[in-house]
Design a binder for this molecule. Structure first.
Ligand code: WTA
Length: 630
């Protein structure tokens, strides 16, 4: 695959991707190895949410990681693993070693009864075995669904049930900062609430005692012990499912975003190579967790398809101290560093002292993902981590898009603070105003849509295709709706403004307001609740909950209890930052909560509250303002 090397080449490629999209993508797809070539590049009908790429092509994505690269790359390091505790040894796995471990585990999966098309939940810490588990699923044609190991047993059970998973791959525990998290016991709890799981594979990581159900639970190390290090890859159709990844939307229940094999492979690799301008001997580090799409596309698939060295970090940026990220950059001479604005803001708050003993001079490219990066954080990151001379790529994309959609190409597209900048080749962003008019030209702002399909667009939401159509393809005929607001400035550069729907972005994690409300409402004394996001210095957005409880049930502890319920139902990442007990919620005469008012109260922006006289209960507004937590 050729890498774009100059701005004029980018414009040429962009132009080609518009005038001949099929020819453009076919050319890129040819650099992969296909067991059988595709018969047609693209079939697409956005109204039915029916998109297919590289039709009838046969391949296995792991053959494109391993067999395609092994001749040149056998001894090259595929994964550098940095453990939570810096005193524990770093692990390095070459492409040959990763291949052999993947094959052994693939054989173990097959021996234990896994067949093509089976769904497997992966609920694991950030260890190389998480990558091996994903690749082994892909090798044998099983569909992985990685669940972030911070989710609660209820969230895990919901996901198991939704995709009718047969197996969970997990670990005994997880080291995270100074905590040891009992991962297996969360799985055990989830299995009490779900029905489809037949087998559980457990990796030993912390060596803590775990409950073991004979016939159901198996140790990873015992299963792979005598397995062959060769495993023939399953022949997959280009449109066979590669993975399901659950993500939050406007409605209560997270949805399973489905990605398929051929298009996802082509797009994740192409965008990795071009956005980060990866060079053959570079060390690349993305700090995401494999439980999120960023980990899928830019720790595992994109980098490994390009034969890159991908660093995987088990721990957190603040352990054992706030220099940890920078120590890792220096220790492994990281060239490309990709993280979220939340992490930047949290580290920025500690000032420059934690950087005093770090040179950071290996860095060539720094990146940002997951939420809008504010200008202050952009400059801090650019000046102090990038030392003013590393291009900063602000990459906008989503679980549903599979790969980066709008971003500078490092060192090629001029940097503009807080702007994701320009669309990648093949991507046509469209700005639409509230009345549904397409806004052409510069200096415009509206909702962000994408015209025409790209290879890694989601194919469906698992088990509910109607929901996929309604969520993404119904707002504007013939276009994909992103849920984000955007501005095109006077130079034609795009700046993402954040979500325009009921999805919050808390520390770069997507969280539906309805999802958090449903969790709060599980508390037996709660009558009703309304959740909104508000600007938060570190997290980007914080969670503010307005809660009505049964009269007389107020006690000193009620807010803590509500917080605990949310932690148990979703996980710690969904805990409200502020809980205000109220006697009512502002409602329209048709009974709808007026969130606009709540958002203003939560943001402490009491100017221009708008017309509240049409409310069913206008008096409640004053009470809520008086009781607001600022
Ligand atoms: C937001 C993460 C501004 C956006 C890859 C999007 C961003 C949601 C950026 C998707 C960015 C992601 N600038 N906002 N560079 N990147 N977002 O599915 O609101 O976890 O819709 O995918 O994150 O979150 P998701």
């Amino acid at each position: 695959m050729q890498r774009i090397k100059s701005l004029s080449e980018y414009f040429n490629q962009y132009e080609k991707s518009q005038s001949d999209p099929e020819g453009f993508w076919a050319e890129i797809a040819k650099s992969f190895s296909w067991i059988e070539p595709w018969k047609k590049v693209l079939e697409s009908d956005f109204e039915k949410a029916d998109v297919k790429w590289f039709i009838d092509g046969k391949l296995n994505i792991t053959e494109n990681i391993f067999e395609r690269n092994l001749i040149e790359n056998k001894d090259k390091t595929a994964i550098i693993w940095e453990p939570n505790n810096p005193d524990e040894d770093t692990k390095k796995m070459s492409y040959q070693e990763l291949y052999e471990e993947t094959c052994k585990f693939s054989n173990a999966l097959k021996d234990i009864g896994i067949k093509k098309g089976d769904r497997i939940i992966i609920y694991m810490p950030m260890v190389p075995e998480a990558t091996i588990a994903m690749l082994a699923c892909a090798r044998v044609g099983a569909v992985h669904s990685v669940v972030f190991a911070g989710f609660s047993s209820t969230s895990l059970a919901d996901r198991i049930d939704d995709c009718e998973s047969k197996m969970v791959i997990t670990s005994d525990g997880n080291f995270r900062g100074n905590k040891v998290i009992p991962v297996k016991s969360v799985v055990d709890e989830a299995l009490e609430k779900s029905n489809s799981i037949e087998k559980v594979i457990v990796l030993k990581r912390t060596n803590q005692e775990v409950n073991f159900v004979s016939g159901r639970d198996f140790w990873w190390h015992e299963l792979v012990k005598d397995k062959s290090s060769e495993c023939k890859a399953e022949v997959m159709d280009s449109e066979d499912m590669l993975f399901v990844l659950y993500t939050s939307g406007s409605t209560g229940k997270p949805k399973g975003v489905v990605h398929t094999t051929g298009g996802y492979m082509v797009y994740s690799a192409y965008t990795f190579l071009n956005v980060f301008q990866y060079d053959k001997d570079d060390i690349y580090w993305c700090t995401a967790d494999v439980g999120w799409i960023t980990g899928h596309s830019y720790i595992v698939y994109g980098p490994l398809l390009c034969g890159a060295t991908s660093l995987m970090f088990e721990g957190v940026p603040t352990y054992p101290n706030v220099s940890r990220f920078w120590d890792i950059v220096d220790k492994h001479k990281v060239n490309q560093f990709y993280t979220a604005p939340t992490a930047i803001r949290a580290l920025q708050a500690h000032g420059l002292e934690p950087l005093e003993n770090n040179s950071l001079d290996s860095l060539k490219v720094i990146g940002s993902v997951g939420e809008p990066i504010n200008e202050e954080a952009w400059h801090w990151y650019h000046d102090n981590i990038g030392k003013g001379n590393c291009p900063l790529v602000d990459t906008w994309w989503q679980t549903e898009t599979g790969g980066i959609m709008i971003s500078a190409l490092a060192g090629i597209t001029p940097n503009k603070p807080a702007h994701a900048s320009l669309p990648l080749p093949g991507i046509i962003p469209v700005i639409v105003d509230a009345e549904g008019n397409e806004l052409s030209g510069n200096n415009v702002q509206g909702n962000l849509f994408i015209k025409s399909p790209w290879p890694s667009i989601l194919r469906t939401t698992y088990g509910d295709h109607e929901r996929c159509i309604n969520t993404y393809f119904s707002s504007y005929k013939g276009m994909y709706f992103t849920g984000d607001g955007v501005k095109r400035d006077h130079d034609g550069y795009l700046r993402i403004l954040g979500r325009v729907d009921d999805v919050m972005n808390v520390s770069g994690h997507r969280m539906g307001t309805a999802e958090v409300e449903n969790a709060i409402n599980e508390h037996s004394e709660v009558i009703e609740s309304a959740v909104v996001g508000y600007p938060h210095d570190i997290k980007g957005e914080g969670i503010y909950a307005f809660v009505i409880i049964n009269p007389g049930s107020e006690n000193d502890n009620i807010k803590n209890q509500i917080t605990d319920v949310v932690r148990n139902v979703i996980g710690p990442i969904a805990k409200p930052d502020k809980i205000q007990i109220v006697s009512g919620l502002p409602k329209t005469r048709s009974g709808k909560i007026m969130r606009r008012i709540l958002r203003k109260v939560a943001s402490n922006d009491l100017s221009n509250m708008g017309d509240t006289s049409t409310l069913l209960n206008p008096d409640i507004v004053e009470e809520i303002i008086q009781g607001a937590i600022n």
